[in-house]
Design a protein around this ligand. Structure first.
Ligand code: ATP
Length: 137
């Protein structure tokens, strides 16, 4: 039997994934990284992005925003501040969030919190990207 790695993805509210998988990619603060069984241990913070994990021929996707990932040879734990599997993403809500953030960034009013607006836009764009990758029902 082929070697697998245990993947756990949790948020402060719930456990989203607990599964033996073949391969994971995640958005580290220094960029996307891939994890295969037997990876050397490391710890990183996460940015806004897409987590993908493959089991056999099936790959599943989640949108995540911030948190930590801890990698060990036989186990990876992702503690995400916010995470949604592709199947749970409300596309209209993400489109509205995208429009709001774009408007704020365009208007550039004095009260604009640039980092906050930019992060809101990035979250919305990642949600829209991940939503297109849901598994066929
Ligand atoms: P909005 O402006 O639409 O409220 P947001 O980016 O401010 O979005 P977050 O603070 O990132 O929202 O998330 C708050 C909660 O709402 C989290 O539990 C998150 O998973 C969920 N959430 C946010 N947007 C969506 C979406 N488009 N589809 C599904 N769940 C979402």
């Amino acid at each position: 039997m082929e070697e697998k790695i245990s993947l756990e993805i949790v948020t402060p509210d719930r456990q989203l994934v607990k599964e033996m998988v073949d391969e994971i990619t995640a958005p580290g603060s220094e960029g996307y990284f891939g994890v295969l069984p037997g990876h050397i241990p490391f710890l990183t913070t996460l940015k806004i992005g897409e987590v993908a994990y493959r089991r056999e021929r099936e790959t599943r996707y989640l949108a995540v925003s911030w948190g930590y990932a801890q990698v060990e040879p036989a186990k990876m734990v992702i503690l995400a501040e916010i995470a949604e599997p592709a199947e749970e993403i409300d596309i209209e809500r993400a489109q509205r969030a995208r429009m709001r953030a774009e408007k704020r960034l365009e208007e550039k009013t004095e009260e604009l919190d640039f980092e906050r607006a930019r992060a809101a836009l990035e979250k919305a764009l990642i949600r829209l990207q991940v939503a297109t990758k849901k598994l066929p029902q």
